[in-house]
Write a protein that binds this ligand. Structure first.
Ligand SMILES: [Zn+2]
Ligand SMILES: [Zn+2]
Length: 308
């Protein structure tokens, strides 16, 4: 049995997405999504809006966040080539889900996690400052204030790329990434990241679960990757991501299930200018984490306490 009612990976203006939370909810709803997770980078600031927007449309909302972590394993050349990449991403992205948490209601359950996460988000600012300084020294001064104005939650490289386009240093955001600010390039500065183990511990202590986002970008053979995730206590793997072709999805699903991991599904929606639509990602019921089911019997979406 297959389902395409889930989209567990999406971004809003709270990080590097193009739409306000309510618009993301509407786009998901229009595509028939019944279980939706907002997973902005290193921030939970969109959760209450997301929960309300989903409740208004009768969707189940799963509070989520995409945590930027240190890579747990080094990339392998052959696997990178097989995945069509020149270099691995400088970080691993760990999706954290809190299926039992109802934003604005049982806040005490996630208070420890939020306190752990907050400096990660704040850490983005010094890193962005350092990148602006780096670009200045390369003859492309960028005002940090101008970059920050473009972000309503977590500031990130897409905001910097946008500023570089407007300043005429590059023709497109893509060129900014490919020439200057992509991982390992002259304008790139690493930021301090937790290890996967640290992130898993913080999420678990708040009753959450984790899934490794878009494994394609890390250049690690699937079997090795899945056993490492089991070791690290990660629950799930995002087998179905828009960047994966069918063969790779199948390989990930099979290996995950063989090693006792569940699977998750996400379009990694950032905005209509970049992707025509969210959702529409078929996944087998069999491997999907049961805590993320349409009618998880442990939780039905409840309407928010306050009416708008
Ligand atoms: Zn990611
Ligand atoms: Zn993402």
């Amino acid at each position: 049995m297959w389902t395409q009612h889930h989209d567990l990976h999406s971004h809003s203006l709270h990080s590097d997405g193009d739409h306000v939370v309510d618009e993301v909810a509407q786009l998901m709803f229009d595509e028939g999504v019944l279980v939706w997770s907002l997973t902005d980078h290193d921030t939970t600031s969109g959760w209450e809006e997301g929960a309300k927007a989903a409740a208004r449309r009768g969707m189940r909302f799963v509070p989520g966040v995409e945590i930027t972590c240190e890579p747990a394993l080094a990339a392998q050349e052959a696997q990178l080539r097989a995945n069509g990449l020149e270099r691995p991403s400088a970080s691993w992205h760990l999706l954290a889900y809190f299926p039992d948490h109802q934003p604005g209601l049982n806040e005490e359950d996630v208070a420890g996690f939020k306190a752990w996460l907050a400096p990660k988000q704040d850490g983005r600012l010094p890193r962005m400052k350092a990148m602006c300084e780096r670009l200045s020294s390369l003859g492309m001064p960028v005002d940090i204030e101008d970059v920050c104005r473009r972000a309503s939650g977590s500031v990130g490289r897409p905001h910097l790329a946008e500023a570089m386009v407007e300043l005429g240093y590059v023709a497109t955001k893509r060129e900014a990434f490919e020439t200057w600010i992509g991982d390992g390039l002259p304008g790139f500065v690493q930021h301090e990241k937790p290890t996967v183990q640290e992130a898993v511990a913080a999420v678990k202590s708040a009753g959450g679960m984790t899934s490794l986002a878009h494994p394609r970008y890390y250049g690690v053979p699937t079997k090795t990757l899945a056993s490492a995730l089991v070791e690290l206590g990660v629950d799930s793997i995002e087998a179905v991501h828009r960047s994966h072709n069918d063969a790779y999805r199948h390989e990930l699903m099979t290996e995950a299930i063989a090693q006792g991991l569940s699977i998750t599904v996400g379009s990694d929606f950032h905005g209509l200018a970049r992707q025509p639509r969210p959702g529409n990602m078929p996944i087998q019921h069999q491997g999907l984490d049961e805590r993320l089911a349409v009618n998880g019997d442990h939780q039905q979406p409840k309407p928010p306490r306050t009416e708008e």
